[in-house]
Unconditional design. Structure first.
Length: 538
């Protein structure tokens, strides 16, 4: 799962963007007529002049399909105006600005996508707003998918396309948890939930993601690319358009996430069959997508007891985040990426405690700094189970139930899916509590009697034999090498091997020597990066 980044990929956000438009800075000459037409329009809701100008400019760029200008608007202008005018309130609703944009249906759908996303991020959405946001997503996806004759010519930045899929799944997840808190609902809310079982229904959500994948022929494109061909060979009329291709690709990552939230880890990884976890992956174009991909792939590996693969996934993405922190800390998603980073350090700590192995020195150092005490506690048998419990609850995704609760029984059940997944994980942890202790004793000897080890562990010789078999079983895992992320061959993951002959244990430890050449290469690359940064700043 090695992933090396090209210089251009890592520093893509350093490219000079068009002038950031914040409404009160400028109005392009070509938009003067738009502004003049709007002077006669007096909305019921008072809209600040900078916001008014911004909406006019935003609408013009959508109409002209100016994806480069839209990138600057989406990444910078919208967020700056939000901080200035709407930090604790919603933007003007679509009806209030409809007259400004000549009731353009496509623009209003896109505007409402941002409008409801802001409510979810900064405020607490009401049940009516949850329903309305779902209806708007239906309108958006129907507009994109129901163009049976020819694809729409709409163009949006990759970051926005990813955020549409990401937010769609987040709001689905949020609604599932919201409806599960039956005890806190009013009678009117319960009646609405009973009347509309189709809203945020799991089948509808999955249908959208699978439809986008099918429409874009993204799996066929990825398969051709994996075999060395050109993706456009299998793209078709729709898949050749960036809008469909990227929405289809991001829907694959969305399915990975949804299946993990539902607890189906095999199917989650199976959806990634044609996605290559390397520098060619389209997920690398959007940092948040990159982080999300490795978080859920790593988590699925961990729950499938493939700790070695989980460690590779987490260590790779954490190293990437630490190396590029100075670039993405300017992103509006910096806080989300930072939180995911902390969660992955916790997951990595659990995986390393369950399957000790060598990882990158930089990641190892930060891991020890953040979770050194936790890792020590996790080696203490039954006492360490509480630490696994604590870290799992902090780092796991918010699991959901795909079916509505019984609205007639006033019980909150939002936490039950997480409790179920935690129970499964802790059962696996308890089954190998003595493995770290046995490993520490075996590392001290080349031969060791069963009775002597039994005395160390304070158990009977028969129990020692059982624990040795458990050690053998738990240190053999399926490991990914190439091909689909779910493929792999079983093999030992420990640097310690042994065999039992009568009452004597024969131990062989394979010590990995320090690779001095790699150490020098790594530090030379660091030095070159420092010099390059200094030259750029000067």
């Amino acid at each position: 799962m090695e992933h090396h980044y090209d210089e251009d990929e890592v520093r893509a956000d350093e490219v000079e963007l068009p002038t950031v438009f914040t409404g009160d800075e400028f109005v392009p000459e070509e938009d003067i007529e738009f502004q003049a037409d709007a002077q006669s329009f007096v909305p019921e809701v008072q809209i600040p002049e900078p916001v008014r100008n911004f909406i006019l400019y935003f609408h013009r760029q959508i109409t002209e399909r100016s994806s480069w200008e839209l990138h600057a608007i989406y990444e910078n202008s919208f967020n700056k105006l939000t901080e200035k005018f709407y930090p604790k309130s919603s933007w003007p609703d679509a009806e209030s600005i409809a007259g400004l944009v000549n009731d353009d249906p496509v623009f209003l759908i896109l505007y409402k996508e941002l409008y409801y996303r802001h409510i979810y991020a900064k405020l607490t959405p009401s049940i009516e707003e949850r329903f309305a946001s779902y209806a708007n997503y239906c309108d958006l996806f129907n507009y994109i998918l129901n163009s049976s004759s020819e694809p729409t010519d709409l163009e949006l930045p990759n970051q926005w396309l990813w955020d549409i899929i990401d937010e769609f799944i987040y709001q689905f997840q949020s609604f599932c948890q919201y409806r599960s808190k039956v005890k806190s609902k009013s009678d009117d809310e319960l009646d609405l939930l009973k009347e509309r079982p189709d809203v945020w229904n799991v089948h509808n959500v999955l249908n959208v993601l699978y439809s986008l994948i099918q429409k874009s022929r993204i799996n066929e494109q990825l398969l051709v690319s994996k075999n060395g061909g050109d993706m456009l060979e299998a793209a078709g009329e729709f898949g050749s358009r960036p809008l469909y291709r990227m929405l289809g690709y991001f829907s694959i990552i969305g399915l990975l996430r949804v299946h993990c939230l539902l607890g189906d880890y095999v199917l989650a990884l199976r959806t990634m069959d044609n996605v290559e976890l390397n520098k060619k992956g389209l997920f690398a174009r959007v940092t948040a997508c990159h982080v999300t991909t490795y978080y859920y792939v790593g988590f699925a590996y961990m729950m499938m007891r493939r700790y070695s693969d989980a460690i590779k996934a987490f260590a790779h993405i954490l190293l990437f985040i630490s190396r590029t922190k100075q670039y993405h800390n300017r992103s509006y998603q910096y806080e989300v990426i930072s939180k995911k980073s902390e969660q992955m350090y916790a997951l990595l700590a659990m995986c390393v405690a369950l399957s000790p192995q060598r990882i990158d020195d930089n990641v190892q150092g930060l891991l020890r700094e953040k979770y050194g005490e936790h890792m020590t506690k996790m080696q203490r048998g039954e006492e360490g189970v509480n630490t696994f419990d604590e870290l799992f609850n902090f780092a796991c995704p918010k699991f959901i139930s795909p079916v509505p609760p019984n609205y007639d029984v006033p019980v909150n059940s939002a936490h039950l899916p997480t409790i179920h997944q935690l129970k499964i994980f802790l059962n696996e942890v308890r089954s190998q509590l003595l493995v770290p202790t046995i490993r520490s004793f075996l590392k001290l000897y080349t031969t060791l009697g069963v009775e002597k080890l039994a005395a160390f562990l304070e158990v009977s010789p028969e129990e020692v034999r059982t624990h040795l078999l458990v050690f053998k079983h738990k240190t053999r895992q399926r490991r990914w090498e190439k091909g689909s992320v779910i493929d792999g061959e079983f093999g030992p993951t420990s640097d310690l091997d042994f065999y039992l002959k009568q009452d004597l244990i024969y131990i062989a430890e394979s010590k990995v020597g320090r690779r001095v050449g790699d150490w020098f290469i790594r530090h030379i690359n660091k030095f070159e990066d420092i010099v390059a940064n200094m030259e750029r700043r000067s």
